[in-house]
Design a binder for this molecule. Structure first.
Ligand SMILES: [Zn+2]
Length: 189
């Protein structure tokens, strides 16, 4: 699946909008990205999972590990396509943790899977959980890479699309300067 085909699925499902948006952070952007909206369609989630599996199969992962909540659906689909388990970490008392009886073995080859990678921070944290157990983290994969510095987290990264989502403080927003009306994502009419 080439980047345009991926973005096409996002646009078709309203997961990627162009305009003038007030993000939940209070910052403004000319793009709105919400991957849950594309992943709500099982056929799209499956196709994206297959595409990520094709790019990571050579790493021979034995398990997929994702950060909750955003990584769970795509992690499941990558696991399905690779024919391996898909487990997730979730935040407990501020730290990413394996719960629910999920376990990794030192012999596991772990692929970290996310929906959107922004700074790489949550990927790094997720990988650290597996490393603490002694598992071998063989790489990371994401549907959309918003410009993370993969050198910073020291893992080979596969992304289906590299996409910038600029964010501006209201006072320096170029769209505000042009007087363009702003909308809050999710309140489309
Ligand atoms: Zn603005």
């Amino acid at each position: 699946m080439d980047p345009e085909a991926v973005l096409d699925l996002f646009r078709k499902s309203g997961a990627l909008l162009d305009g003038h948006f007030r993000l939940s952070s209070g910052l403004h952007s000319d793009r709105y990205l919400q991957s849950a909206l594309v992943l709500q369609y099982p056929e799209f989630a499956e196709a994206l999972g297959r595409a990520l599996a094709e790019r990571t199969r050579h790493l021979q992962p034995t398990v997929v590990l994702s950060p909750a909540l955003g990584g769970i659906v795509i992690g499941q689909e990558v696991g399905r396509a690779l024919g391996v388990r898909a487990v997730f970490v979730e935040r407990q008392d501020g730290a990413m943790t394996l719960r629910r009886g999920f376990a990794l073995a030192p012999s596991d080859r772990v692929l970290v899977v996310e929906d959107v990678l922004t700074t790489g921070g949550s990927t790094r944290e997720t990988a650290a959980v597996a490393e603490a157990i002694g598992s071998h983290v063989i790489g990371a994969a994401t549907i959309i890479d918003r410009g993370a510095d993969s050198a910073k987290f020291g893992l080979p990264l596969q992304a289906l699309v590299r996409l910038e989502v600029p964010a501006y403080p209201p006072e320096s927003c170029p769209l505000c300067a042009k007087g363009e009306a702003i909308v809050k994502p999710g309140s489309r009419v």
